[in-house]
Design a protein around this ligand. Structure first.
Ligand SMILES: Cc1cc2nc3c(=O)[nH]c(=O)nc-3n(C[C@H](O)[C@H](O)[C@H](O)COP(=O)(O)OP(=O)(O)OC[C@H]3O[C@@H](n4cnc5c(N)ncnc54)[C@H](O)[C@@H]3O)c2cc1C
Length: 292
């Protein structure tokens, strides 16, 4: 949407094609407290305002469409929508975002954003003096567990193996932290509560024994997936995690094809970083179109 705002405001003919309702992960975010210049708002509110802004400048927005074909290699980029309409343009910005890998156990979808989170930077603050579980055993799980001790009164790391797949210094750090506890060789079998998460059930994978634990929040860090399935065999360079490779100008390996936001290989995935990528991609796409 940021790219749409910049393109339309520069009088380029821009269209946003979204398989969803527009707003992406922002609409899953109830409260956003770290978007500069806005003290406290909801993800939905930011998304609606961005949409309004893009439309006001003349950006065409098509939501809930299915992209059935994509040709990115030639000078004219072609996007086929719903097997019928073909959009042709000299430049395209790929901004398909991503999703956190889910545990896929009962209650997870229901309590997402109501006690279950996939982002410590975004939601840690809401768990001040609360008891939480961190699921995962890689570097990001351990690093985020330590970060979450700045808010939570107690953090329990729950991991499926008897050891962590993280750097030694990260393992030492969690072990030395008095606020952090461990449940090893276990996995969560279900999430329970009313309008907010209250309890988890988990199983010891070695003994088969099942347990219940009352809890205020659960943070899940078991990996991240970019929404790049439609780019397979389309010529765009992806890294081994299927994230789009783009340089500082948001240029991909294909001329006239740009990437922005969470779908590209990058360190931090936030609204601010997506907005920044969208700006850079749009301005460079404009330069490309005008031969600058
Ligand atoms: C629960 C939660 C809480 C968060 N809280 C915060 C927070 O407080 N602060 C913060 O800064 N960040 C937060 N984030 C992160 C932030 O929401 C993302 O970094 C940001 O939304 C990324 O924007 P994006 O446009 O790159 O991708 P997305 O938001 O993922 O949007 C991608 C869009 O592309 C569409 N799409 C997907 N595939 C296709 C396709 N094949 N064709 C066409 N369209 C497609 C989707 O429908 C979607 O609308 C949170 C994320 C989550 C999940």
């Amino acid at each position: 949407m940021t790219a749409g705002i910049y393109l339309a405001r520069s009088k380029a003919k821009a269209v946003i094609l979204d398989t969803g309702t527009l707003g992406g992960q922002m609409v899953l975010t109830y409260e956003v407290a770290n978007y500069p210049g806005v003290l406290q708002t909801t993800g939905y509110q930011i998304a609606s305002t961005m949409k309004k802004q893009a439309k006001t400048f003349g950006c065409d927005i098509k939501s809930n469409v299915q992209i059935t074909d994509l040709d990115l290699k030639g000078d004219a980029k072609k996007v086929t929508v719903n097997g019928q309409v073909v959009y042709t343009a000299p430049a395209i910005i790929l901004a398909t975002g991503g999703r956190s890998r889910m545990l896929n156990v009962p209650g997870e979808k229901e309590f997402k954003g109501k006690g279950i989170s996939y982002c410590a930077t975004c939601d840690g603050d809401f768990f001040q003096d609360k008891e939480i579980i961190v699921v995962g055993g890689g570097n990001s799980a351990l690093e985020e567990a330590v970060a979450l001790t700045n808010y939570a009164s107690k953090v329990t790391i729950l991991h499926e193996f008897d050891h962590f797949q993280a750097f030694e210094h990260a393992v030492e750090e969690v072990k030395a932290n008095p606020k952090i506890d461990f449940i090893m060789e276990s996995h969560i079998t279900g999430f329970y509560g009313d309008d907010q998460l209250k309890k988890v059930k988990y199983k010891n994978l070695k003994t088969g024994e099942e347990f219940e634990k009352e809890i205020d929040g659960v943070f899940i860090f078991i990996g991240y997936e970019a929404n790049t399935e439609m780019l397979k065999d389309k010529g765009v360079a992806l890294n081994r995690w299927n994230e789009i490779e783009a340089n500082e100008k948001m240029e991909t390996n294909l001329k006239g094809v740009y990437a922005a936001g969470d779908c590209r290989a990058k360190q931090f995935r936030q609204i601010t970083t997506a907005v920044s990528d969208g700006t850079v991609a749009a301005l460079n796409a404009l330069n490309f179109i005008h031969g600058r």
